[in-house]
Design a protein around this ligand. Sequence first.
Ligand code: NAG
Ligand code: NAG
Ligand code: NAG
Ligand code: NAG
Ligand code: NAG
Ligand code: NAG
Ligand code: NAG
Ligand code: NAG
Ligand code: NAG
Ligand code: NAG
Ligand code: NAG
Length: 403
Amino acid sequence: MMRFLCFTALSIQFLLLVTNCLTLNDSTTTHHRHECNQHESNALLNFKQSFIRSKYASYSPFSYPKTVSGIPTTDCCSWDGIECDELTGHVISIDLSSSLLYGFMDPNSTLFSLVHLQSLDLSDNDFNHSQIPARIGDLSQLRHLNLSHGNENTFSGEVPPQVSQLSNLLSLDLRSYTLESRPYYLINNLQLKASTLTSLTQNTTRLEHLRLNFVTISSSLPHTLTNLTSLQMLSLFNCELHGEFPLGIFHLPNLTVLDLGENQNLRGLLPNFFSKTLVTIYLPRTSFYGTLPTSIENLTSLNWFEISSCNFYGVIPSSIGNLTQLALLDLTNNSFDGEIPHSLFGFENLVNLFLDYNFFEGHLALDMFLKLKMLNGLGLSHNKLSLFSQNRAVNVTTLPPIQ
Ligand SMILES: *[C@@H]1O[C@H](CO)[C@@H](O)[C@H](O)[C@H]1NC(C)=O
Ligand SMILES: *[C@@H]1O[C@H](CO)[C@@H](O)[C@H](O)[C@H]1NC(C)=O
Ligand SMILES: *[C@@H]1O[C@H](CO)[C@@H](O)[C@H](O)[C@H]1NC(C)=O
Ligand SMILES: *[C@@H]1O[C@H](CO)[C@@H](O)[C@H](O)[C@H]1NC(C)=O
Ligand SMILES: *[C@@H]1O[C@H](CO)[C@@H](O)[C@H](O)[C@H]1NC(C)=O
Ligand SMILES: *[C@@H]1O[C@H](CO)[C@@H](O)[C@H](O)[C@H]1NC(C)=O
Ligand SMILES: *[C@@H]1O[C@H](CO)[C@@H](O)[C@H](O)[C@H]1NC(C)=O
Ligand SMILES: *[C@@H]1O[C@H](CO)[C@@H](O)[C@H](O)[C@H]1NC(C)=O
Ligand SMILES: *[C@@H]1O[C@H](CO)[C@@H](O)[C@H](O)[C@H]1NC(C)=O
Ligand SMILES: *[C@@H]1O[C@H](CO)[C@@H](O)[C@H](O)[C@H]1NC(C)=O
Ligand SMILES: *[C@@H]1O[C@H](CO)[C@@H](O)[C@H](O)[C@H]1NC(C)=O
């Protein structure tokens, strides 16, 4: 806490008004800083003590047991991973991510008495297939809830409908994810009812990040999702979604990441794009269909465009050449045809280009690929191209590999 001590000196002789401000460090305020309330401290200790430490509980290489050993004082506000409100002293943030915690989550855990919590991150610990407690709904101030796991999620069963009461949420992350790029072997342990998802979209209107990879939803997406105008990241990889994807989601003004991969029965069209915010479009192994719109030129921030094994067809519009930020373009296993537009060979940042298993035709000279200075992976096989027919991933050894 800083205080400003100001004084003015008026010098009549020189008709000068001099104002000086001294910045004083108010040492007394640090002593008056609120310590953690006794009952909150007990609640936290109690919560911690319901788990044991296991080196297998967390997958992050940077895991360590926060606040476990040698707790220095009873003031929980000074514990690692705990943050308190400076004025009230209430615990407002718990970050026990990758803390090697192992054990059941008590449905009536003392954790739920910490009703001032705004952020709860228990990601990457092993909750031994507990259910997510319904009392999570008691934490009505929550803005961030992270129960994701760096392998398959160790919570299981139904996500309680009470999450939809958390109307202040900005981010909800219940994902299973891996550090590997192709996490197909993970298992869905959590289920989210369609009605809960609908309530969630009606109530958490300020949501920015919604990440539910490997949470079984088994329904179509509610159109109310398009009402989440603050949405930046929507990750629904492998959620067993079906039905038609609400087109309006593409038009959300701040959307940067759209990950809908591995939902084989999810149908959808690409819209007329006018978004400049989209960075990632990740739709592999869905039933998205139709053609690539000319308006794709408007996606000037797009870095990752992966639509392999979908039902797209038609020619690639030459306006794709406007996507100068692209690092990955994967159109494998669709029904695209016609010639590969020359504009595509102007990408300076392209690292991976996969066009295998389509009906592309024409003659291609290797020289064209030499212009793609960053190129490291190239796939042109199973097309009607004259130069590279039947070769999976032409080995472009003359080009410098990345890193
Ligand atoms: C105030 O105290 C803090 C920490 O004790 C120190 O980092 C900072 O430089 C001090 N500021 C002034 C203006 O003395
Ligand atoms: C984890 O669950 C298994 C099977 O239900 C049980 O035997 C074991 O005691 C549990 N471990 C902990 C630490 O809760
Ligand atoms: C939950 O815990 C509180 C005290 O923390 C207790 O009063 C209440 O009876 C418990 N409820 C259940 C269902 O165990
Ligand atoms: C949730 O936690 C994981 C791992 O700790 C982290 O990678 C991820 O970014 C977090 N999610 C959100 C939405 O912040
Ligand atoms: C929305 O949030 C409010 C306040 O938390 C809650 O009372 C209501 O039940 C929630 N609605 C739904 C549909 O979950
Ligand atoms: C979006 O919210 C408004 C009210 O805020 C509501 O009238 C409308 O039906 C919602 N739209 C959808 C698609 O649910
Ligand atoms: C979109 O992001 C901008 C810049 O961060 C912000 O000012 C604006 O409020 C956001 N729009 C919505 C609807 O959240
Ligand atoms: C690109 O977006 C603008 C609006 O920002 C729109 O008017 C234009 O039609 C779009 N381009 C194409 C080719 O559709
Ligand atoms: C796409 O590139 C063409 C040619 O360079 C340019 O005229 C056009 O304005 C670009 N479109 C967008 C949306 O940047
Ligand atoms: C192409 O996609 C279909 C599903 O659309 C899938 O069954 C098939 O295995 C894929 N083929 C290749 C070579 O990836
Ligand atoms: C590409 O060529 C390099 C050097 O000859 C070789 O080490 C590498 O294994 C090759 N990669 C593939 C995919 O054939």
